[in-house]
Design a protein around this ligand. Structure first.
Ligand SMILES: Cc1cc2nc3c(=O)[nH]c(=O)nc-3n(C[C@H](O)[C@H](O)[C@H](O)COP(=O)(O)O)c2cc1C
Length: 317
């Protein structure tokens, strides 16, 4: 399975673990990279020293390429980029903020720039700014997310751009991988699916809770928080909604939300924390290792592809 993405990132399979604050810590990052994909450290809330420590821990666990995710509008951006450069990190991943400054600083050091976008407008700008590849995330995805479905956004962006793109949002199995390639992507990035793996440093009862949820159990919070985030419905999301009903300002509501992803995924508080998660929960029924997940997807994608071909042949006969 070679695409421009496997070549650019120097990985075996075009499968990326989307960065997740409070979840994609070294054990998960290394497990994905060791299994032939690309793990990405979720470093949005890390200080430079903490970032370096986490990178060193990843390097102890794998000799394969990996990425680091941060916010491009972080006031300490320059210090974080210095760590990426001195530690020779392969891939810079970022969502919020302007790619231009990051690219100018990291490109001369051979770091691959792969920002995440949720609209055609941002995709065009990132390519103009000099991004090497893009993660294009549709609204199905967990965490901060856009308005447009993956099935529309990916072919639209791929028709307008020359750089390779990676599809994200709602992908969790071999059918999703084959569909993403058919839509014009050259790889997939999965966040939610990787939360429900053996190596994700998330309490087991949280993973089991997610296995038991359905595709109808997520909501998008911007109606009441002003921040567009896809999360699992729970007591916490209900509390936010009633704060809005009772006249709290979006700012007050947002303040309540700070640190709540940590409460869910690190402390294991299913009711009181914010379970950022995507609609793909409807497809998740098992808790595999990262290797089982990645190799299973690659193996089954060949069968899916053959079944597509046979449908076309039989239809024409
Ligand atoms: C718990 C959680 C935390 C996330 N944190 C970040 C983050 O810090 N930075 C980022 O760029 N994307 C973040 N994301 C988005 C993911 O990287 C990925 O794009 C998204 O999960 C893909 O959609 P999927 O959940 O359907 O696979 C987060 C997603 C989740 C579920």
């Amino acid at each position: 399975m070679n695409t421009r993405i496997t070549e650019l990132l120097d990985i075996k399979y075009p499968i990326i673990q989307g960065a997740m604050s409070w979840v994609s810590f070294p054990p998960l990052v290394a497990a994905v990279s060791n299994a032939g994909g690309l793990g990405i450290l979720g470093a949005a809330f890390m200080a430079p020293d903490e970032l370096r420590e986490n990178i060193v821990r990843i390097k102890d666990l794998t000799d394969q390429p990996f990425g680091v995710n941060f916010m491009a509008d972080n006031p300490i951006l320059d210090d974080l980029l210095e760590v990426l450069i001195t530690e020779k990190v392969k891939v810079a991943s970022y969502g919020k903020g302007n790619p231009e400054q990051v690219i100018a600083k990291t490109r001369p050091h051979g770091i691959v720039n792969m920002p995440t976008v949720g609209s055609l407008r941002h995709a065009l700008k990132a390519e103009r700014d000099g991004a090497d590849a893009l993660i294009v995330q549709g609204t199905e995805g967990g965490g901060h997310t856009g308005f447009v479905a993956t099935s529309i956004l990916v072919p639209l962006v791929s028709a307008h751009l020359n750089i390779p793109i990676v599809a994200a949002g709602g992908i969790g199995n071999a059918r999703g991988l084959v569909a993403a390639l058919a839509l014009g992507a050259e790889g997939v990035s999965m966040g939610s699916r990787f939360i429900v793996t053996q190596e994700a440093p998330v309490p087991y009862h949280v993973k089991q809770h997610l296995v038991d949820r359905s595709e109808e159990d997520t909501i998008i919070t911007d109606n009441f928080t002003g921040v567009r985030c896809r999360v699992m419905k729970n007591q916490f999301s209900e509390n936010l909604r009633s704060m809005a009903r009772n006249g709290s300002s979006p700012w007050e509501i947002m303040k309540t939300g700070v640190g709540k992803i940590r409460k869910a995924y690190v402390e294991g508080d299913i009711d009181g924390g914010s379970l950022a998660f995507g609609q793909v929960c409807g497809l998740i029924r098992e808790i595999p290792t990262c290797q089982e997940l990645i190799e299973g997807m690659v193996r089954e994608s060949r069968m899916v592809w053959r079944s597509v071909e046979s449908k076309i042949r039989n239809g024409a006969a």
